[in-house]
Write a protein that binds this ligand. Structure first.
Ligand code: 5AD
Ligand code: FES
Length: 367
């Protein structure tokens, strides 16, 4: 297969003819099938805390949003979510939160150790920009993966929408490299259609995914949140209107497809943000354009509305069992199968292998 050049990417990102777009999605779908198979991996998402010390200009969890009630889950609640993940047949849990200093390194490490000793689950952490010492401790505790989207590879735009916490801290690209060095599977990703984001920067984002050799790549639409400076228009990064990327569904499918073609073995989710802007078909269409992962929500329903990164989030009232059934139905309806086991990068896991790895009491639980 010929390599895509920057011009190819730019042409594809600006494409709007339906037949050409279908051809692009079809090509990405074939690359997906050949490299990661038909399995769609289910990652159970646990939104452990909505506290955040940062001021990201687009994010509803930003510290400046005084209207958002905050919560931090109890250890027992998180462990119950992990048990639920096992009962529902998921291979991975993702512990995600705002950048919350109340989540101490040792507390997280203890929970990771518990999950790793009591279950066969892979553990993914998504807790923001944390120190090397913390990341190392969590890796030693057994965490398998870490998600940290870099949001945009355009440095000026990144800085405009992410007020610094540390004057001389590592940037997210450096952090992603460090995560890989620590032995994590590393996940990055971007939002599509951020005010101020150009087509050229999106093409660079895709090359950045490849240069970092990311194991997971999350891509979702930017969704305006009225309690944020970017959402109200109080902050308006300057850009030529012809260069501005729309935050449309189609733009996200194009990004997923091109990313699949450029990074054939990566795990790519069909994101909740995509499901939010097309509640009927968004997830399925993402899966048909190159994605191979979905992230059903395990967070107790009473907390869901308090984890409002962006408004009108999909699945805000559905229980974990509802989300599970709904997603499995969607997966089957497009002729795919639910993945078994941890589903690491490039894996085509079988039930047999996963069961062989599991502690005996768990094999029972999974039946
Ligand atoms: N719209 C869409 N995605 C958002 N995120 C944060 N705020 C928004 C928003 N307003 C995404 C970021 C972050 C992930 C957890 O959620 O990409 O990395
Ligand atoms: Fe907390 Fe964005 S404001 S992650």
């Amino acid at each position: 297969m010929t390599e895509l050049t920057k011009l190819d990417l730019l042409d594809a990102l600006r494409e709007s003819r339906p037949d050409r777009l279908q051809a692009l999605y079809g090509r990405a779908d074939a690359v997906r099938k050949e490299n990661v198979g038909d399995a769609v991996h289910l990652r159970g998402l646990i939104e452990v805390s909505s506290h955040c010390v940062r001021q990201c200009m687009y994010c509803g969890l930003r510290q400046g949003n005084r209207d958002l009630p905050r919560y931090r889950m109890a250890r027992e609640e998180i462990e119950e979510c992990a048990r639920q993940a096992v009962r529902l047949g998921y291979g991975t849990v993702v512990m995600q939160a705002g950048e919350d200093d109340g989540l101490t390194a040792e507390w997280i490490a203890e929970i990771v150790r518990w999950i790793k000793s009591e279950t066969a689950l892979a553990v993914t952490l998504s807790l923001g920009e944390r120190s090397q010492a913390e990341l190392r401790m969590w890796r030693s505790a057994g965490a398998d993966r870490y998600l940290l989207r870099f949001e945009t590879s355009d440095k000026n735009l990144f800085h405009a929408i992410h007020p610094d916490r540390y004057a001389n801290g590592p940037d997210r690209l450096t952090l992603l490299k460090q995560l890989k060095d620590l032995g994590y599977e590393a996940g990055g990703g971007v939002m599509v259609g951020i005010p101020g984001q150009s087509f050229e920067s999106l093409a660079n984002d895709i090359f950045t995914f490849r240069a970092l050799d990311l194991d997971m790549i999350g891509i979702g639409p930017y969704i305006a949140h009225a309690a944020t400076p970017l959402g109200t228009g109080a902050l308006r990064p300057a850009i030529d209107p012809f260069e501005q990327v729309p935050n449309s569904e189609e733009m996200v499918y194009k990004m997923i497809a091109l990313t699949r073609i450029v990074c054939p073995t990566a795990n790519i989710p069909s994101t909740t943000a995509l499901a939010t802007i097309n509640k009927v078909d968004g997830r399925k269409l993402g899966l048909k354009a190159g994605a191979n992962v979905v992230m059903p929500n395990l967070t107790p329903v009473k907390y869901r509305s308090m984890y409002e990164i962006y408004p009108a989030k999909a699945c805000i009232e559905e229980s974990a069992t509802d989300c599970n059934q709904c997603l499995r139905g969607q997966i089957h309806s497009i002729g795919r199968v639910a993945g078994q086991g941890p589903g690491g990068k490039g894996a085509m896991e079988t039930v047999a292998r996963v069961m062989a790895d599991a502690p005996p009491h768990l094999v029972q639980l999974q039946r």
